[in-house]
Design a protein. Structure first.
Length: 354
């Protein structure tokens, strides 16, 4: 989730009743997976798995859910997963806590969590661990050291894209920085990584540091204002795909020089990038991969099988360049989708200690 928590307006998700009497207003999506054959079960029992997510509405979350459901179906065929149920808190952290506590009472074996708060969920998740439940936090992580964490290095996100931009500009030039909302942890971490790089280049001047929601419309307005005051820029540091799309759209609409802009695997940006490659536009982008959910589920299953799963699993950030852009961009898919190349199973096995 990470930036997805700020990207879209949280809407009401799929509603179901939770059998426990604890939280009559708890909303969930029952996506219990059906068996696809008679796979050989392992010695460990098939696991009852719950995914607690702060919301489901944005396309990134829908893609994440689809990957998780597909992997759970394969694991059920192998006799390793009994069921998967998704609990949607609709942006309400207190409801997410209630849903987690309901799963504890219903004796789930595994709780996966994409957190709405890095700290508020800790007591409930630690209660789950104390009850013998395997808890794996992924994407938007909690701070508790009692749970397994699966995520990416957000500071590296900022530093790798900032370094590319500094190299592209040969260490000199004026740039506009496009960051997420002030105070949001993901945005702050990415900018911290970028700022460390830019400090090494006194010839690079940040003429405006813009904070915006991770949505194209407000980001376009914010960038247009900053660009109007600073029209002679040489590049744009952007830490989110919608922000990058907004900046590039503005330059195209105003028929201005297409300066290098860093980005993310937001399909709307990837499309613009591809259509302007011949005009000399260049970018380096990365991604918060949806397959974090798959790694989280497989880590929980591996732990149940006795594997010494690492407590902190840092997943490498993908690198999208001018040369491999065609492998990512999906012209036939919506702008607000997040195309990603699947991580090989051998790489997942290494990450989870198998």
């Amino acid at each position: 989730m990470n930036v997805r928590f700020r990207r879209g307006v949280v809407a009401v998700g799929v509603l179901c009743s939770l059998a426990a009497a604890t939280a009559c207003d708890v909303q969930s999506k029952d996506n219990s997976v059906a068996a696809k054959g008679s796979g050989s079960p392992t010695a460990a029992k098939a696991l009852k798995v719950g995914w607690s997510t702060i919301y489901l509405t944005p396309s990134w979350m829908q893609q994440t859910l689809k990957l998780l459901e597909d992997d759970a179906a394969k694991l059920k065929s192998a006799g390793k997963v009994a069921s998967l149920k998704t609990f949607n808190a609709n942006g309400d952290t207190s409801q997410q806590i209630s849903q987690i506590r309901a799963m504890i009472q219903q004796k789930y074996d595994v709780i996966l969590v994409d957190a709405g708060s890095s700290t508020a969920l800790n007591p409930a998740l630690e209660q789950a661990v104390a009850a013998g439940i395997t808890v794996v936090s992924f994407d938007s992580l909690v701070t508790s050291d009692k749970v397994i964490k699966v995520g990416t290095d957000q500071k590296k996100w900022g530093s790798m894209t900032a370094q590319w931009l500094a190299d592209k500009l040969k260490g000199k030039g004026s740039i506009i920085a496009m960051n997420g909302p002030a105070g949001v942890a993901v945005s702050e971490d990415r900018w911290a990584g970028a700022a460390e790089v830019f400090k090494k280049y006194p010839g690079i001047k940040i003429v405006s540091n813009v904070h915006s929601e991770y949505n194209v419309a407000p980001a376009a307005q914010a960038f247009a204002s900053a660009y109007s005051a600073n029209p002679s820029i040489d590049g744009v540091f952007s830490q989110g795909g919608a922000l990058s799309a907004a900046a590039l759209q503005t330059l195209i609409k105003q028929d201005k020089k297409l300066v290098p802009i860093t980005g993310e695997n937001y399909n709307g940006f990837l499309k613009l990038w591809q259509s302007n490659l011949k005009s000399g536009f260049s970018s380096l982008s990365t991604a918060q991969p949806n397959y974090l959910s798959v790694i989280a589920l497989q880590a929980a299953v591996a732990k149940a099988e006795g594997v010494a799963v690492p407590s902190d699993i840092t997943v490498p950030l993908p690198s999208i360049t001018d040369s491999n852009l065609s492998q990512y961009v999906k012209p036939d898919q919506p702008d607000d989708s997040y195309p990603i190349t699947a991580l090989p199973q051998s790489e997942i096995d290494k990450l989870i200690g198998k």
